[in-house]
Ligand binder design. Structure first.
Ligand code: EPZ
Length: 432
């Protein structure tokens, strides 16, 4: 087990390059098995979730060849099982994308029922609703979801809840159904557009991804393709907040500025300077920032995956801010950790009332989940003194080369074993 140890107070300055989007890549990898041809996927983030999903795919007979750490060749022509073990879905929920991909191609799939996770119960009723609407039988027994279909027939599906996962999963199943499907009240995140574009590059016929109505003409077969994953809007947003939190000046490269609009708007509103270029944004946070209200919403609203980061930034800003989490029911667990650093936040239901403080103090804290873990590192880089963040395996799920990228823009941060007191002392005594 490892932890990050960092010394705050150093403004982050310089350039950082964003990796491929984890939440797009997970859908793309599952969709890649829907053809028997070779598929080359580039700009994959080298993070734990991607590695786990590739292992799950290999377990069922998918051939996976790493061309380099960010490029894989996938071949789904020798799949010999439709059943994904619990060990994989326990590690990453997104293994459930194989439900839709296998059902679409083989008219059968079995995946362990995903549990809840650190941010809420996370049901999959909308995924099941879509599969059933297309003609699949869906049974849940002994913790497994089993889907089978004589035929999948295109139909009109209205999502009761705007769901990223359900939209991607049902879109994949409908891609190879007979006839036309319409998915209404679809999620509009950039990663849904990425999966639709990817499937279309394989010969699918999907229109409207990125809007709340997706129209799909089913096709019998998909062919191979070469495709590059879009940049990760949440990794980019995290570094934008870090630049602002440390009163730094950072150019965040390899981004699609349009995907960052809600984040850029909020940072500008509280006083940061955000400059947009073709494939980069520059964030300058030289002065103390102000307060605001944030409500997380489906895209293009403010992303729930940026909620811990913006709340942590507001905890160090001037004035009282309100952050409302409208997507998940339990995404404020990091507040207790921040309070140990001196933050003044009261959580009532799905709303956090934040009284900004002049500065935070470095202490040992624990990452409760992926995005909150990144937010605690941000707090440590802005705080006075030395901060230790443990449970960093959460952070490594979704941030490639996290500490290396941070050191590249001036952060004084290291990764050390959790129980290595000598390494802690050495870091604390290091003369800066
Ligand atoms: C995806 O999760 C992301 N994960 C999450 O990112 C992200 O927070 C979330 O979308 C929202 O943007 C991946 O893409 C792998 P949802 P997903 O289905 O698809 C309810 C991260 O940090 N719902 O859009 O599971 C659900 O309870 C992770 O990278 C149903 O009620 O999210 C939630 O309240 C964390 N029934 C809301 O919809 C369903 O069948 C949105 O969930 C499905 C979802």
């Amino acid at each position: 087990m490892e932890q990050y140890i960092m010394r705050g107070g150093q403004p982050l300055e310089g350039e950082v390059t964003i990796s491929g989007a984890k939440n797009a890549a997970l859908g793309l990898l599952a969709a890649a098995i829907m053809t028997d041809d070779d598929v080359i996927l580039e700009n994959l983030p080298d993070v734990r979730d991607i590695r786990v999903l590739l292992q799950a795919m290999q377990e069922i007979g998918v051939q996976v060849e790493y061309i380099n750490k960010n490029t894989v060749k996938i071949n789904g022509s020798h799949i010999d099982s439709m059943s994904i073990d619990y060990e994989f879905i326990r590690k990453i929920r997104a293994s459930y994308y194989l439900l839709g991909a296998l059902l679409g191609k083989y008219k059968e799939s079995h995946v362990a029922l995903p549990g809840g996770c650190n941010i809420g119960s996370r049901p999959i009723d909308q995924h099941i609703k879509g599969f059933k609407a297309l003609g699949a039988t869906v049974e849940i027994e002994q913790g497994m979801i089993a889907t089978t279909a004589e035929r999948l027939v295109g139909t009109h599906i209205y999502m009761d809840v705007v769901s990223v996962g359900a939209t991607i999963n049902v879109m994949m199943a409908a891609t190879m159904a007979e006839g036309n499907s319409i998915i209404e009240n679809a999620a509009k995140e950039p990663h849904i557009v990425d999966v639709a574009n990817f499937l279309n590059s394989m010969g699918a016929n999907i229109k409207g991804a990125g809007t709340d109505v997706i129209r799909i003409k089913g096709v019998e077969k998909l062919h191979g393709t070469e495709y590059s994953v879009i940049p990760d809007q949440i990794e980019a947003g995290t570094f934008m907040c870090m630049a602002a939190a440390t009163k730094g000046d950072v150019v965040i490269k390899n981004v699609i500025p349009k995907h960052l609009e809600a984040i850029s708007a909020k940072l500008t509103e509280i006083g940061a300077v955000v400059e947009e270029y073709d494939d980069a944004v520059r964030v300058i946070g030289t002065k103390r920032l102000g307060s605001t209200h944030v409500k997380t919403l489906p895209y293009p609203g403010f992303p729930t995956d940026m909620q811990p980061q913006i709340a942590t930034l507001l905890a160090m800003s001037e004035g009282t801010s309100i952050v409302t989490e409208s997507i998940f029911e339990n995404r404020f667990k990091y507040v207790d950790e921040l309070a140990r650093m001196g933050a003044k936040i009261v959580v009532e239901g799905n709303t956090a009332i934040i009284d900004g403080v002049e500065g935070l103090s470095g202490v040992a804290v624990s990452a409760p989940d992926l995005r909150a873990g990144a937010a605690l590192v941000m707090a440590g880089l802005a705080a006075e003194g030395v901060t230790q963040v443990d449970q960093i395996e959460y952070i490594q799920r979704g941030y490639e080369d996290f500490e290396e990228k941070l050191r590249g823009i001036g952060a004084d941060i290291q990764k050390i074993p959790v129980d290595d007191e000598r390494a802690v002392r050495r870091f604390q005594l290091k003369v800066v």
